[in-house]
Write a protein that binds this ligand. Structure first.
Ligand code: NAD
Length: 427
């Protein structure tokens, strides 16, 4: 069978391709749950790949043409869902891999979505706001047959934000001749966004952490935690964990890190970053590099910055008992076995950071019913869904005597395969 697991070639830190790492885990999980070869092939490849060209009259008066992509990995559980990224190096392969990642994330979260991803090859740092708007509107117009609240629902990703989502919603609505808020999520609250969306991913990280500590029979108030990355996910995770009694002993961002075994005042750090853009120049503890930070003594490590931070290179030096992956792909596949041998519990990205897509789902539901929930409603529902997702993954891992990461993939694959079998193959 073609699902045979192959160990990835050894690589040094910083050289891993997180998507290849993801596919290695998918293959291993497919092998574990003895996924039928036909279904394996079905799930390995996307159902639709669209490439569009985006002509834009630039501010200089020069015509430039950009390339845009949208890949639907599957729509077995429902309309496909996934962000759109703007970056100079984005390409079809990357978008394909990210689309399948969304399939597994949505299946684990038990939300009725398939997986998708989109991108435009451009450098937003070199574009004016007007050029960005023109690219977004033309990309959307070219994707009119793909996007839709019942078919494919984009969201923000790298270099796209609430404003870009508002332009997508407006362009789509202009063509449909009525306002269709449910075509994208991650919109400003005033045009159909959801309360609680901004904090959702960090809140999910906090809920997943508490669920794991309960299994480990550890009281949150007796724990210390190190957080790498102090943007949306890292700062909210640190703040909410701190409010649960966890002592945050180190934080970092791209400018470097700080270690204070007596505990960092998280709110002061958040205020500092709001004023100074990053942690540079702050007085939060002893300075440490991002590499040293990962190896500090602590109970919980939350990598919430970027991919490929923990690999075979440093996994052996990690002292935390629990790793909660706020970022996407922070651990490369070659570290999995090392962490397992050290009995470190790892809550994988596709579970740990799924709070964002869960509240995106809430946004879509609220847009469709035209009734908007209080923040407490959003948070309570998120709490329930994250806990359920954690339990499902935990029991799957126990059943297959494997890690939470492979348990998560197995749970997702089995769920999608079951629905696919029930729906049958048309044609
Ligand atoms: P962000 O841009 O708000 O923050 C990123 C943070 O990481 C910043 O503090 C930045 O300074 C820091 N950083 C960058 N490079 C670093 C490095 N080399 N070492 C240490 N810190 C570094 O981004 P975000 O939205 O918080 O996303 C962080 C991660 O979480 C990404 O992997 C993203 O894909 C993932 N994620 C985000 C969401 C969401 O809802 N925002 C949802 C799911 C997953």
């Amino acid at each position: 069978m073609s699902t045979e697991y192959k160990e990835p070639a050894p690589y040094k830190r910083g050289e891993a391709n997180p998507f290849e790492s993801m596919m290695v885990r998918f293959d291993k999980a497919a092998e574990l749950c003895k996924l039928d070869e036909g279904l394996y092939n079905y799930l390995k490849y996307p159902v639709k790949q669209v490439i569009v060209s985006i002509p834009v009259m630039m501010d200089s008066g020069k015509l430039e043409v950009f390339e845009g992509y949208r890949v639907i990995h599957d729509n077995i559980l429902g309309p496909s869902k996934g962000g759109i990224r703007y970056a100079p190096d984005v390409d079809l392969d990357e978008v394909k891999a990210l689309a399948s990642w969304m399939t597994w994330k949505c299946a684990i979260a038990n939300i009725p979505y398939g997986g998708a991803k989109g991108g435009v090859k451009c450098d937003p740092s070199k574009l004016s706001k007007l050029e960005l708007e023109k690219i977004t509107r033309r990309y959307t117009a070219n994707m009119l047959d793909v996007f839709g609240p019942d078919t494919d629902i984009p969201a923000p990703d790298m270099n796209t934000d609430e404003q870009v989502m508002a332009w997508i919603m407006d362009t789509y609505s202009m063509h449909k001749r009525n306002t269709v808020t449910g075509v994208v999520t991650g919109k400003p609250i005033v045009i159909g966004g959801s309360r609680g969306r901004r904090e959702a991913t960090g809140r999910g990280v906090m809920i997943a952490t508490l669920s794991a500590l309960k299994k480990m029979e550890i009281n949150p108030e007796d724990t210390t935690c190190v957080v790498q990355g102090f943007g949306n996910v890292g700062s909210v995770s640190a703040d909410l964990l701190h409010k649960q009694g966890v002592k945050i002993v180190a934080i970092s961002d791209v400018s470097g890190g700080y270690y204070n075994p007596n505990g960092i005042h998280v709110q002061e750090a958040i205020d500092y970053v709001a004023k100074h853009k990053n942690l540079a120049g702050g007085n939060f503890g002893d300075k440490v590099s991002n590499e040293e930070l990962l190896e500090l003594p602590c109970d919980i490590l939350v990598p919430a910055a970027k991919e490929d931070q923990i690999s075979a290179h440093n996994a052996g030096n990690i002292k935390a008992k629990l790793i909660v992956e706020g970022a996407n792909g922070p651990t490369s596949a070659d570290a999995d076995q090392i962490l397992r041998d050290k009995q470190i519990m790892v809550i994988p990205d596709i579970l740990a950071n799924s709070g964002g897509v869960i509240v995106s789902y809430f946004e879509w539901v609220q847009d469709r019913i035209g009734y908007f929930w209080e923040e407490d409603d959003v948070n309570n529902r998120l709490n329930r869904m994250m806990r359920e997702a954690f339990e499902n993954v935990y029991s799957t891992a126990l059943k297959y005597d494997t890690t939470l990461r492979l348990g998560a993939y197995v749970y997702a694959i089995e769920k999608v395969a079951e629905v696919l079998k029930l729906r049958g193959i048309y044609g």
